[in-house]
Design a protein around this ligand. Sequence first.
Ligand code: PGA
Length: 213
Amino acid sequence: MIYIANWKMQLGVAESVKLAGRVRPMRGQTIVLSPSFPALEAVGREIKNSTISLGAQDCSSEFKSARTGEVSARMLKELGCTYVIVGHSERRKYHGETDALVAAKARAAVAAGLTPIVCIEKASQAAAVRRIKPLIIAYEPIWAIGTGKAATPAHARTVLLAIRRTVKAPVLYGGSVDGKNMAGFLKVGYEGALIGGASLDPLELARITGTVI
Ligand code: PGA
């Protein structure tokens, strides 16, 4: 199973390093910590001798270019990232990211040797990235993000089946995941989760990543 801890813009560098030091790797699970850009290097150092992986929260669609404020996938690779989240609903909402831009970011990630975790809000958005490989899809219904109201496993299953008709890739569920509801998503076929709020609590994160069905 694959678990992505998306720390968003919630923690500074020192806080990120402290939390990273409290995350326990789980045998056989892929755990990816995604701190904000300024914390990537320090968190990378903290988890260096563990099986925990490093992932960024976004990357540019450009390889090398005059793009003030942007960060390229190659720079992330240089910092030790192996994953990058692209197309998170907060990026789509606050930065106007389109399916086409998200697909371009995912291609840039692959070109730099990273695995993109492409967030989608509905199954049809998977079509834009269906030929990209390696690829991880995260289904995150907008109304479930940060609301404490996760999707039901039945709803999540319906969307999962629709995604699988479009693309061959591991699919994660995201949106108010916690230690109690994780098992329901694994049972209907999800291969892990993208976790926001609950990933800020190492005990809750351990409950999620330790879920067995
Ligand atoms: P949440 O966030 O777990 O806090 O709902 C998930 C996400 O936005 O990736």
